[in-house]
Design a protein around this ligand. Structure first.
Ligand SMILES: [Zn+2]
Length: 199
């Protein structure tokens, strides 16, 4: 604890950020106090700018500038990769494996049979598929119950569009030893087993 209320408040807010506890929040606050001009001022300005000017696109869920059109309104594209959140998209982007368009759902469906897609951008995905004559939708939701429930729901919702739907393969992780796999991974590895091709 410090004896300054303002500083305490700041530490409290910063420790709410992902990956930060009170200890690292204190270190950050100290750094900010000691670097008012070089760090704190540009941070305040940048935060204010992002707060005012960056919004989520209501169609694809990606981040966009408030006054600019989003990349999802680009002329033509044939593939859309569906992810749960922006962090997932960033991981796939930085892997370089896929360079096409994305659709960010903004979460997953509840696992119960309550299939409301309120808040999740599912109907706008169907509209995008229809409007752009998209050829393939790649479902890249997590291999969790929630992620898979959401993937099934999207598969069902896209049935009328005749788009090809593919899903990330699930199975043994690279370097995964059977002994240390959890039941879910082992189950999906068995379920998705493929034929052995001999040369
Ligand atoms: Zn968009």
């Amino acid at each position: 604890m410090t004896d300054n209320k303002d500083i305490e408040n700041l530490i409290k807010i910063i420790s709410k950020l992902p990956g930060l506890g009170p200890k690292s929040a204190k270190r950050i606050v100290l750094k900010l106090i000691n670097n008012r001009e070089k760090l704190t001022k540009p941070l305040i300005n940048t935060l204010a700018h992002v707060y005012k000017n960056v919004v989520r696109c209501k169609i694809c869920g990606n981040l966009k500038s408030v006054n600019a059109s989003c990349t999802c309104s680009d002329k033509k594209y044939e593939q859309i990769c569906v992810v749960e959140n922006i962090a997932d998209m960033w991981v796939i982007q930085s892997s370089g494996i896929y360079k096409g368009h994305y659709h960010i759902l903004g979460g997953t469906l509840p696992t119960m049979d309550n299939k409301q897609d309120e808040g999740l951008l599912v109907s706008s995905l169907i509209n995008r598929v229809k409007k752009n004559s998209v050829k393939e939708v790649i479902l890249a939701t997590s291999a969790t119950v929630e992620g898979q429930t959401t993937a099934h729901y999207i598969e069902d919702s896209l049935k009328g569009t005749k788009v090809k739907i593919s899903k990330l393969a699930q199975g043994l992780p690279v370097g995964g030893e059977i002994e240390f796999l959890d039941d879910g991974t082992l189950f999906s590895a068995f379920k998705n087993r493929g034929p052995v091709v001999s040369d």
